[in-house]
Ligand binder design. Structure first.
Ligand SMILES: Cc1cc2nc3c(=O)[nH]c(=O)nc-3n(C[C@H](O)[C@H](O)[C@H](O)COP(=O)(O)OP(=O)(O)OC[C@H]3O[C@@H](n4cnc5c(N)ncnc54)[C@H](O)[C@@H]3O)c2cc1C
Length: 346
């Protein structure tokens, strides 16, 4: 019997595994090729609190973003990095392998009994005291233990084009390209064209690529991003990352929240008797309010037409804004920056 089984070897599962020392842990991941094709890997400099990443993993630093809608544009300062997600996950895998066993199999069924939990793959089954669901949008752990779902599911699609990257990250708010936003992001030796939306992903994607004309498409990626934190604890374990909608409702970014949560989870598992309700409380304390505020803003944003979005862009242009990428709304509400946004409605 294992102490803990982690289901899913994305950022959340691999990072948690690297933190669980002196425990009998098994991580089960269905794909052998971790990483590529699922995520753009843009993170704030908060990543440095977790890792000292080598330049092979950091593709480039991004210091500014240009937000555009129609003919209006505004520049905001950023302090962020573009990670090579494939290499990043391989680093996490190497760290995880120091502590845990890994099996590359798909879990098809999970059963709970008085002594613990049994997970079933095609040919084997494994017993464990506790289970952690790091298994993404369609989490089998979530569906087996909780009657809860993240509030929203976004779709993200992007491609790489072999062309010379510029210095800035361009973000487009135009409704013809997405009901959320689209982007052109510089990477190392290539440029990423992508968008995230709630509906009609292929229609938006075709229109965006048609208008922006990437030179030579080398690769494409697609993924689902759940957002809007749902319940993430149950008697036998917890959920971490995408499985519980631990992403930002305004951007879909979830790497930093997953790392924060994995740390909270690992701390709980260090206790002789982990308290999973306390884990959930700590997660909500860390970013629950921010997610709630962003869901409200998302609701307001979804009602804005392009004229209002242009007003918003012009307002940003008039003010020298530097916003915390991971906690933007908390940052705005805490600061004098709120005045800037209030003036939009005058
Ligand atoms: C298109 C796109 C772009 C993104 N861009 C960014 C970005 O720029 N910045 C950012 O911070 N975040 C971004 N994100 C979000 C970010 O990737 C995730 O929030 C973060 O990586 C945490 O993911 P996770 O580990 O929780 O889940 P996932 O990455 O979804 O991993 C879940 C893992 O579980 C495995 N799994 C699922 N079911 C089973 C099963 N039954 N048995 C065994 N294994 C299973 C899957 O194979 C997968 O490897 C993006 C997401 C998408 C889709």
């Amino acid at each position: 019997m294992y102490d803990i089984i982690i289901v899913g070897g994305g950022v959340a599962g691999l990072y948690l595994a690297s933190l669980l020392k002196n425990k009998d842990v098994l991580l089960i991941e269905e794909h052998k090729n971790l990483g590529p094709g699922r995520c753009s890997g843009i993170v704030s400099n908060r990543i440095k609190k977790f890792f000292d990443l080598p330049n092979t993993i950091i593709e480039r630093k991004i210091e500014k973003a240009v937000i555009c809608c129609g003919n209006s544009s505004a520049e905001i300062k950023l302090n962020s990095f573009v990670l090579n997600k494939e290499k990043f996950e391989h680093l996490l895998l190497r760290n995880a392998l120091k502590n845990v066993d890994i099996e590359f199999e798909r879990i098809n069924k999970i059963e709970k009994d008085y002594s613990g939990v049994t997970v079933f793959t095609k040919n084997k089954n494994y017993k464990t005291k506790y289970i952690v669901g790091c298994d993404g949008p369609n989490s089998i752990v979530r569906r087996s233990f909780l009657d809860a779902e993240p509030k929203k599911f976004y779709f993200g699609k992007f491609c790489y084009s072999i062309e010379k990257p510029s210095d800035s990250y361009q973000i487009f708010l135009d409704s013809k390209y997405s009901d959320l936003f689209s982007w052109i992001a510089p990477r190392r030796g290539k440029v990423e064209y992508g968008l995230i939306c709630e509906k009609r992903i292929n229609k938006y994607y075709e229109k965006f690529l048609h208008d922006k004309e990437p030179r030579y498409i080398s690769d494409e990626g697609f993924g689902v991003i759940p957002t809007g934190l749902c319940s993430c604890s149950f008697s036998r374990g917890i959920l971490i990352g995408n499985s519980a909608g631990m992403t930002k409702p305004l951007t879909g970014g979830g790497i930093i929240y997953s790392l924060i949560t994995a740390k909270i989870g690992a701390k709980e598992f260090k206790k002789e008797k982990p308290d999973f309700q306390n884990y959930e409380k700590e997660c909500r304390k860390a970013f629950g309010k921010e997610i709630k505020y962003q869901l409200w803003f998302r609701k307001i944003y979804s009602k804005l037409n392009d004229r209002w979005k242009q007003r918003l862009v012009k307002l940003i242009a008039k003010n020298d804004l530097k916003i915390d990428m991971d906690f933007p709304i908390t940052d705005i509400l805490r600061d004098k920056k709120l005045k800037v946004f209030k003036s939009l409605f005058k």
